[in-house]
Design a protein around this ligand. Structure first.
Ligand code: NAD
Length: 487
């Protein structure tokens, strides 16, 4: 339905906005640039985020039904309008970059505002839209065969707390470009900012003549609402972006799933690497959004011959290097038995340093680093915080083998710093990852300072890699005998 017509949901939305403005202290959107809480501190109160209403449903079943109605509209929507819908979504995010990034940090308590700006911008600018859905034609003596990409219908997207609005926008662009409608069941810790993001995307879509409710979300998402939607008869396909538990749930849903799971990306540095450049790239990559990004370097493996020199280079970066005693202190803070203490996920390195009694470091400190051995829990666990261990390997072959071991077969992301083409080719092949980056920060593999398109749903377990609109379509062929070959 085109914008402009007032229906019940529109009236409800207007009432809700007015009530928000009237609420004590509720001025709606805080002025851009004014954080309501210190960034990233554990246990701070939620942000004053505007309530998303456009496409936001209280109930999972009602959301799925609305999405089904919208799909029937979107499937018939001309590709030209879908292209406008995608362009409008990109613009809506770029216009609200500051607020989306601040709210995400404030609500989740994770990450770095300035990095969320970069991530949201990247998704808005480099996620492929309708242009990636090219038909293919085969002609010959027997005539013509045409392959086109058709939508699935209603897609369920379960999204993480670590890239909350980035994943919403990335999935929305790809799925809508392909003609689907989407039900989002977002992470409960990011529900306010995600619902507001769905709201502004819907407003943008409707303003260019796109259908209502092509994007819907559950207002108070839970694991139960996720399970209801995974089993819902109107949901055709399940796309999850998250850790191992939700990947397993999607694969057991009885529906086709596209599953983007965890990683533990190694950064291997061999004896031929430019060590200053490697140190700079590792620190930039591993500190992105306080290391909560799945592709971010989680451990460094240095060939023994250059390990000490690499450590010297890393110490020249905004890094705090811990001694053995401090490592023991840090274990007590960020680990709980054999698990990661989630309170420290995505927190600033300066706060982590303070927790072990090292004060004087602020937001400028990028990483806390230390030397350990391969079996150390800092290496083995996906910590998702700016704590990066380094361990030594005998030679390049040994380092590559260690990289494969600590990646745990996720086949997600790996990086290498080297000038030896044989070593790089060997690691590229054996790591068998969706993303392999040579001589830069891991995020170059997302297209951030690297070539190519981006995606924030990197489906390694189900094999699609960096998902785009292409993966959100069914392939259909049409054959015409004899006619249409004109050469
Ligand atoms: P998470 O697994 O805790 O949550 C992800 C989503 O799954 C949330 O919406 C959550 O509510 C839902 N969920 C969790 N358990 C569920 C269950 N049993 N049934 C149904 N839904 C369930 O992950 P997170 O902390 O939000 O994100 C971090 C994790 O996600 C890391 O492991 C990271 O590597 C991974 N990740 C992967 C990618 C990728 O593209 N491969 C991208 C971002 C994050």
């Amino acid at each position: 339905m085109a914008s402009g017509s007032i229906d019940e949901r529109k009236i409800e939305e207007i009432v809700s906005r007015v009530l928000e403005r009237l609420a004590p202290g509720g001025a709606g959107t805080p002025a851009p640039g004014k954080a309501t809480t210190p960034l990233g501190e554990p246990g701070k109160s939620k942000a004053n985020i505007p309530r998303g209403t456009n496409g936001v449903y209280a109930d999972a079943d009602a959301a799925a039904k609305a999405a089904r109605r919208a799909y029937e509209q979107n499937e018939k929507t001309p590709i030209g309008i879908r292209a406008k819908m995608v362009a409008a979504m990109r613009k809506a995010v770029l216009d609200n970059l500051d607020a989306l990034s601040r709210y995400a940090v404030e609500e989740t308590g994770l990450g770095r505002y300035e990095d969320k700006l970069a991530k949201n911008r990247l998704v808005a600018e480099k996620t492929p839209g309708v242009e990636i859905l090219r038909p293919i034609a085969y002609t010959g003596d027997d005539g013509l065969m045409l392959v086109e990409r058709a939508p699935y219908g209603v897609m369920l997207a379960i999204t993480p707390t670590t890239n909350p609005t980035e994943t919403i926008l990335c999935n929305a662009i790809g799925m809508i470009a392909a003609g689907n409608a989407v039900v989002f069941n977002v992470h409960p810790s990011a529900a306010q900012v995600c619902n507001w993001c769905v709201h502004i995307l819907n407003e943008a879509i409707q303003a260019v003549g796109g259908p209502r409710d092509v994007l819907v979300s559950v207002e108070k998402p839970t694991v139960e609402s996720a399970n209801t939607l995974m089993k819902h008869p109107l949901v055709r396909i399940v796309v999850v972006t998250g850790g191992p538990v939700v990947v397993k749930a999607a694969m057991n849903s009885g529906k086709k799933s596209i599953s983007a799971g965890p990683g533990n990306p190694p950064a291997v540095v061999d004896e031929t690497a430019n060590l200053a450049k490697a140190a700079d790239a590792i620190v930039r990559g591993a500190s992105l959004d306080n290391n909560i990004v799945c592709i971010a370097e989680k451990e460094v493996i240095a060939v023994d011959a250059i390990a000490t020199k690499l450590i010297e280079e890393l110490k020249r970066q905004p890094v705090l290097w811990l001694d053995g005693r401090q490592v023991k202190e840090l274990e007590k803070v960020v680990l709980e038995g054999d698990h990661v203490n989630k309170d420290w996920v995505g927190k600033d390195a300066g706060l982590i340093a303070k927790a072990i009694g090292i004060s004087g470091h602020g937001h400028d400190l990028k990483l806390v680093m230390c030397e350990v051995d391969e079996q150390h829990p800092f290496v083995q666990h996906e910590l998702l915080m700016p704590v990066i261990p380094l361990f030594r390997a005998r030679d390049a072959a040994d380092a590559i083998a260690a990289g494969v071991r600590v990646e745990h077969g996720f086949h997600h992301t790996a990086t290498m710093h080297s000038t030896n083409i044989d070593n790089m080719a060997a690691m590229a092949r054996v790591c068998n990852c969706s993303i392999f980056v040579k001589n830069d920060a891991s995020y170059a593999g997302l297209g951030l300072g690297g070539e190519g398109y981006t995606s924030f749903t990197i489906a390694s377990p189900t094999g699609e890699g960096l998902t785009t609109a292409l993966h959100f379509t069914r392939e259909r062929r049409c054959t015409l005998k004899e006619a249409f070959r004109f050469v």
